[in-house]
Design a protein around this ligand. Structure first.
Ligand code: L34
Length: 295
């Protein structure tokens, strides 16, 4: 079997067109422009590129977005103060603090300070709690993007054996939770593999859907998967540079070999990454509507 390659770039484009229409309507009918602020601390090149892409996408679909860049040695209380400032700014519907933060800053402390109603990343404990309970909340962007990709490419999750590789707070944990929920995009039987898993390959071979989010380039090989598996590759690993200095990217999955066995597979780049950014836009619009009492 040769896999259908799911273009996250294309699906993201389609969703952005839908959002653009909704945002234009919001302005026309209610004179509301959704506002987003992105905060980047330090100069990590990957983070710089992701935050720039978030701002560019926001502008392109009619979201007002502002990027704040702070020095790597910015004190923790200064960042806390900035978050508080945007918490009480009514023109701001979404606050995003790009992770990872420099080591001297306590990530949990910062995320906890963001007003849950502006937490468009879905990382605040209140939103995580709501998500686990199946209540209305902001869903974390990457897992949300994976759900959309599965749904829009017709992959059935109900009753499926899903193996998630990785247990991070931003992908593995929420992904596992969403997949097992009693709702249309969930209803799966979920296994979470991690560094202490004894026989990762044995788990993977049973999977109807594999979601790889470990950060190890090409870790999932063809001998680890069964024919017809659906693959969502969340890994964005920088494995080198071209002569012109551009980063060479690889996913967590050995794409060339695994695509010969899978039914569907996402590429890297152009798979889950663009969906993460688009789901942030969706959450920002949701936040603006909530603030206006429209939903
Ligand atoms: N607060 N921190 C916060 N929210 C997030 O949702 C993120 N994440 C992760 C890292 N830290 C965060 C992102 O934005 C990962 N992530 C992210 C976003 C976009 C892309 C990858 C990761 C993306 O667009 N990737 C492109 C390649 C871009 C490139 O050339 O580097 C792709 O096609 O996969």
């Amino acid at each position: 079997m040769t896999a259908k390659i799911i273009s996250g770039t294309e699906v993201a484009k389609q969703i952005r067109e839908e959002l653009k229409v909704e945002i234009a309507e919001l302005k026309e009918k209610h004179n509301i422009i959704p506002g987003l602020v992105t905060i980047l601390v330090g100069e990590d090149p990957a983070s710089q590129s992701y935050v720039a892409a978030k701002n560019k996408t926001a502008h392109a679909i009619g979201i007002h977005s502002e990027q704040i860049t702070l020095d790597a040695d910015t004190p923790e209380d200064e960042l806390l103060e900035l978050v508080r400032k945007y918490n009480s700014d009514d023109s701001c519907n979404g606050i995003l603090v790009q992770l990872p933060l420099p080591k001297h800053i306590n990530e949990g402390l910062i995320l906890n300070e963001i007003n849950p109603d502006k937490d468009v990343d879905g990382f605040h404990p209140v939103n995580i709690g709501r998500m686990v309970l199946g209540e209305k909340c902001f869903l974390p962007c990457t897992p949300h993007g994976v759900l959309e990709l599965l749904a829009r490419s017709g992959v059935e999750t109900s009753g499926a054996e899903v193996v998630i590789i990785g247990r991070s707070n931003i992908v593995g944990k929420p992904m596992a939770n969403l997949m097992m929920q009693k709702r249309e995009s969930g209803n799966a039987t979920v296994t979470v593999c991690h560094t202490r898993t004894k026989d990762m390959a044995a788990h993977c071979r049973r999977a109807d859907i594999i979601i790889a989010a470990v950060g190890v380039p090409k870790m999932v090989t063809a001998d680890m998967v069964k024919d017809g598996v659906a693959i969502m590759d969340v890994g964005v690993n920088r494995i080198g540079k071209t002569e012109s200095g551009k980063a060479i990217l690889a996913g967590d999955v050995d794409f060339d070999a695994v695509k010969e066995k899978a039914s569907v597979i996402t590429p890297v780049p152009g798979g889950v990454g663009p969906m993460t950014i688009t789901m942030l836009m969706k959450n920002t619009l949701q936040s603006a509507k909530m603030a206006a009492g429209l939903i």
